[in-house]
Design a protein. Structure first.
Length: 357
């Protein structure tokens, strides 16, 4: 049977003056030449056509190359930016305002597109959606022009580039009059700085710094034990006992002793307060105040050219508070006894605000 079939196929290729075409219909048709031979498909001498026409979802391969797909890529056109798109400047935006823009391009073959930034920079806080071409975010509060290149690419790798720009303008942050109690406002990048009139402080000058405790007080303890130190203490009384309203208090030896508070950063110090030791035996009648920004060099508060001397509390439960005029900038505050009963006893608090930068 195999020999008969072969003979039949061969007959189909014999010249036949009566036939104008031949057709082979099999599930798969494989035509090969002998080893080293060539396979030639040639049209008629009068300019006939050679047509390879797959049906359905079929295609045409030469080797492993899908010829139809290759032709599709070769014949495809690159994406086109829409004429209605706003080229060049995409607009001017005030600092803090929302940016929402749609870059639009089309694929002549109707395929999907991908957007990508290939040069320049978008404004900080603004991003590109690579699938949709949407640019969105919040405009930075600066006077600037941001120029960037966007590439739109189709599924065949064909692409089109376009240069865009976004302008941003700084918003005057002082227009809303944010500084209270007579403070003056200075516009800053995406913010503002208030210069406050004493005794007020804080971001908007809303805080009375003479009343704002930094937290040495036993009831709050915002100042850690490690931020309190002392020199020449008497008995078993560590510096951390020297907190306002503490159960006992710190006790020094004499006028060479001192109790120190580290505020953690340089602060605007407006006032200090003291109590004596919980026993009426030890209290500080008067003291001097020394301060430092670095913990190495200390200076005294002054009354003219003389060192200022403050009255302490001679009553166990009485809090004696002093406002510093003018306020001082300091990180380290040192209480140095001048006169005392038996040994200088102290419990202290410091009041003030952070320095506006």
């Amino acid at each position: 049977m195999a020999a008969i079939k072969t003979a039949y196929l061969l007959l189909l290729f014999l010249p036949n003056s009566l036939a104008s075409f031949f057709e082979i219909q099999y599930p798969n048709v494989l035509v090969t030449a002998e080893t080293g031979g060539n396979l030639t498909v040639e049209a008629g001498p009068q300019g006939g056509n050679i047509i390879m026409k797959p049906t359905g979802n079929g295609t045409v391969y030469i080797g492993k190359t899908d010829i139809l797909k290759l032709f599709e890529v070769v014949n495809s056109m690159p994406p086109v930016w829409e004429l209605k798109s706003v080229h060049g400047s995409l607009g001017t935006f005030l600092g803090g305002s929302l940016i929402s823009l749609n870059l639009e391009a089309v694929d002549p073959e109707g395929g999907s597109l991908k957007y990508e930034k290939v040069s320049g920079a978008l404004p900080p806080g603004v991003v590109l959606n690579k699938a949709t071409g949407q640019i969105s975010g919040t405009a930075p509060d600066v006077d600037a022009t941001y120029q960037f290149g966007i590439r739109v690419t189709d599924k065949h790798g064909k692409y089109a580039d376009q240069i865009f720009s976004i302008d941003t303008r700084e918003k005057n942050q002082c227009l809303s009059n944010p500084c209270s109690h007579g403070g003056t406002c200075k516009d800053d990048i995406d913010s503002f700085v208030c210069t406050c009139q004493s005794p007020y402080g804080g971001t908007t000058c809303a805080t009375n710094c003479e009343s704002r405790a930094f937290g040495v007080d036993q009831s709050s303890k915002k100042i850690a034990d490690a931020q309190m130190s002392a020199h020449y203490s008497y008995g078993d009384h560590p510096a951390s006992d020297g907190r306002l309203n503490a159960p006992q208090g710190w006790i020094g030896q004499n006028t060479a002793s001192w109790l120190q508070v580290d505020l953690g950063n340089v602060m605007d110090v407006h006032a200090v307060a003291t109590q004596g030791y919980t026993s009426s035996t030890y209290y500080t009648s008067t003291y001097q105040l020394q301060y430092s920004s670095d913990g190495n060099t200390f200076v005294n508060t002054k009354n003219g050219t003389s060192n200022m001397v403050y009255n302490g509390s001679t009553n166990v439960n009485t809090i004696t508070k002093h406002v510093l005029t003018p306020p001082i900038h300091a990180r380290f505050i040192r209480f140095k006894p001048v006169t005392y009963s038996s040994h200088p006893g102290l419990r202290v608090e410091v009041y003030g605000c952070e320095i506006n930068s």
